[in-house]
Design a protein around this ligand. Sequence first.
Ligand code: ZN
Ligand code: ZN
Length: 242
Amino acid sequence: MTLHQLSYYLFPGQCILCKKLTRRRLDICLACEADLPWLLNCCPYCAEPSTTLLPCARCLQKPPVFSATLSGFEYRFPIDTLIHAFKDRQFLSSGYVLTHLAYRHHRQTLRNVRGEGLLVVPVPLHPRKNRARGFNQSLLIAQQLANLIPAKLDKSLLTRVIDAPDQKELPLAARKLNLKDNFDVTRILDGNRVLLVDDVITTGATITEISHRLVQSGASDVVVFSVARTPPSQPNTGALLQ
Ligand SMILES: [Zn+2]
Ligand SMILES: [Zn+2]
């Protein structure tokens, strides 16, 4: 990431949160890193934050089409602020640091997932949104992740075909409807495993829709990676306790 490298030379190891020098090759100090809302207990399928490591009631009832979700953090302060700074103010160091930490959190699993034919695939933005923002944040995360694993990046496997209204403004049922025919897989896969990359997972509607299309197009397995996962609206105490 050229801009990140440039900022590193200009401000070597400055913490993105407390602004102190970090004395390490990462722009976050050890104290701020330890205080982040790491995602430790969650559903193994959809990574919804929980108090246990058991599948959530929803996934237990209907296992999702993707086999696992690897998320680094709960989507709450300061992760939400850092991700907004990354997406909306092009504060690339913030995206770089969070991706690096989320990768490290799941390094062992990602090593197990790695194998011949693994494709690292970002969730695409609609071209119009991409032009307005100047970049696709999921592509930057996927690029960095593909370098770290290492694995092959495939940034043209998925395309977004309809410009949907902002998902956040719609109720869940409408979100699913709204996503219909929203993504295309551009070629047939040869049993590849796909690591599908997004910045934040909220309802899981987008990754569910894309994973269906990937499997229909010949993917053998889809594993999802995201920097952050939103907490449930109701506290999730694990399927056995509900
Ligand atoms: Zn700090
Ligand atoms: Zn779940």
